[in-house]
Design a protein around this ligand. Structure first.
Ligand code: APR
Length: 261
């Protein structure tokens, strides 16, 4: 255990209320591509061509193909030790909120109570109507696209359908920003894991927490945009270091019992 990991471990153990902010880096070792690190999606795709309402209005079929491709990417992905470590942390007794920028659903699949997870950028596993409350599994709409419906609309109200994710230029879902701001203000430790901390408004929760007295621990594979705010920087592979930082070992299940498998 490095000195930084030991210091981070102590801050986690001493914390009374923890907010975790996760990014694509925690899912990379599950096979889900990141955006800005080595091999990141935005190296080969342009966000404005895909992940914006304008791109959707301009060429919905290309965007549905992008959705189908990304849905296919995560279909066979499983949570890794990083997700399991945070699931253990959330079960460990210290009030914990996991704010994730990821749309892969792997925190809940790892066993974290969905009530403790804020999917601020939504989920690529579901589709939504932009005009009413219709929501369903995205496969329901992808089946329509595969059957030739190039621009599927809502069966209830005729509105535009899209994946239940937040695209660039879209607002976060109602209530999420307030929830993560309140969590950032109330916590005494913010743990940023696997994010380059470049995308707002979500990244703003780290300096917000720090301004309200929280300690900041950043766990990432390379420097982030907010390393100067960190009390402790833990550099390394998340699936290898995060368990030690939160006090979970891979030989135990998320409840902390010695795992039989
Ligand atoms: N271990 C540790 N760090 C890793 C690992 C790993 N195995 N794999 C990748 N990383 C790091 C990368 O070095 C990078 O700094 O994870 C970080 C991921 O950063 P981004 O790709 O920018 O992802 P993120 O911060 O989640 O992006 C935020 O941008 O495009 C939007 O909506 C998208 O939610 C996303 C948002």
């Amino acid at each position: 255990m490095t000195t930084e990991m030991a210091r981070a471990r102590r801050l986690v153990a001493e914390a009374d209320r923890i907010v975790v902010l996760t990014g694509a880096g925690i899912s990379a070792e599950s096979g889900v591509p990141t955006f800005r690190g080595a091999g990141g999606l935005w190296k080969s795709h342009r966000p404005e061509e895909l992940a914006t309402p304008e791109a959707f209005a301009r060429d919905p079929q290309t965007v549905w193909e992008w959705y189908a491709w990304r849905r296919g990417l995560i279909a066979d992905c499983d949570p890794n030790h990083g997700h399991l470590a945070l699931a253990r942390l959330a079960l460990g007794g210290t009030p914990t909120t996991i704010v994730t920028q990821n749309v892969d659903g792997l925190h809940v699949m790892a066993g974290t109570d969905p009530a403790l997870v804020v999917e601020v950028h939504g989920t690529t596993r579901r589709a939504m109507c932009l005009s009413c409350d219709w929501r369903d599994d995205i496969e329901v709409v992808l089946a329509r696209v595969r059957a030739g419906d190039e621009d599927p609309h809502c069966v209830d109200c005729g509105g535009l359908l899209k994946s239940a994710t937040v695209s660039f230029g879209q607002n976060l879902f109602p209530g999420d920003m307030e929830r993560i701001e309140q969590a950032a203000i109330a916590c005494d430790l913010v743990l940023a894991v696997g994010s380059s901390l470049q995308v707002y408004p979500v990244a703003a929760m780290v300096p917000l927490a720090a301004r309200h007295g929280a300690r900041v621990v950043i766990v990432n594979g390379e420097p982030t945009a907010m390393d100067d705010l960190a009390d402790v920087l833990v550099m390394g592979s998340i699936s290898e270091v995060l368990g030690t930082v939160v006090g979970w070992s891979a030989g135990r299940n998320v409840r902390g019992d010695a795992s039989v498998d």
